[in-house]
Design a protein around this ligand. Structure first.
Ligand SMILES: NC(=O)c1ccc[n+]([C@@H]2O[C@H](COP(=O)([O-])OP(=O)(O)OC[C@H]3O[C@@H](n4cnc5c(N)ncnc54)[C@H](OP(=O)(O)O)[C@@H]3O)[C@@H](O)[C@H]2O)c1
Length: 214
């Protein structure tokens, strides 16, 4: 069994399509703050469950007995403010991992970010780096940390800065794209591959290594 947190986002949507295509899990619990209309092509193994991320310890039953957890949760400082960003990208992620581990999660797969570094001066890489370290301390049997650069996707939500970056990346040579950007579909493929074949207890997969897994 697997769960996916952040399944309504761009990476999450690609991930559930890939999971649907591969049929590796008999049950996939989609955990979010709201219910959405799911793609009608998804198989019967998918089930949505709504949780209050402020009270995750009260939702242990949602995570009960699920061995593999995918986390694609995140927001931006622009959208949620500094405190909101830390709450989602740090607190909700770490709390979900702790609750999941307490009720049986063995392998946790996290979408972190290129440049994650806990002693960075900047909020974004610092928060991502702190989360990575705290997840290592949770001591899963396997922890896979993905560090994509720019995510290439047709984002539903308007993020002008990101769209501008994406346009600049289009004409770049392949070697630059491979080092610094990946489509959410390819990231999803790499995540599902690692869920199937974890190689080390803690593994950090940088953007360009993602291309070796797809
Ligand atoms: N964008 C990039 O180029 C980029 C690059 C490197 C790494 N990353 C990281 O990759 C991860 C996935 O990014 P993405 O662009 O796929 O994410 P996204 O499209 O912004 O989706 C974020 C997900 O998190 C959920 N979420 C946001 N705020 C929440 C809240 N307050 N409570 C509960 N759930 C909340 C969203 O749920 P709702 O649908 O309910 O809002 C959605 O499912 C993030 O951690 C991001 O930092 C992104």
């Amino acid at each position: 069994m697997a769960f996916v947190i952040g399944y309504t986002g761009e990476t999450g949507k690609s991930l559930i399509q890939e999971l649907n295509r591969r049929k590796l899990f008999k049950k996939i619990v989609l955990i979010g703050r709201r219910e959405v209309q799911l793609d009608k092509d998804l198989g019967p193994e998918f089930e949505q469950r709504v949780v209050d991320f402020e009270r995750l310890t009260e939702h242990k039953d949602t995570f009960q007995g699920i061995d593999t957890g995918f986390c694609c949760l995140g927001t931006t400082k622009g959208k949620a403010g500094k405190a909101g960003f830390i709450k989602v990208d740090h607190d909700y992620v770490v709390n979900s991992a702790e609750v999941a581990k307490s009720v049986g999660c063995k392998h946790f797969l996290l979408v972190s970010s290129y440049g994650a570094k806990k002693d960075s001066f900047f909020l974004y890489p610092k928060t991502k780096g702190e989360v990575e370290d705290e997840l290592k301390a949770i001591n899963f049997d396997n922890l896979s940390i993905f560090r994509p650069g720019l995510l290439l996707c047709d984002r539903e939500e308007s993020r002008p800065g990101e769209s501008c970056f994406r346009c600049c990346w289009k004409p770049m040579p392949q070697c630059i794209v491979k080092a610094s950007a990946i489509s959410t579909d390819n990231l999803a493929k790499a995540m599902v591959y690692k869920a199937t074949y974890p190689s080390e207890k803690v593994e950090i997969i940088e953007n360009k290594q993602l291309y070796d897994l797809i």
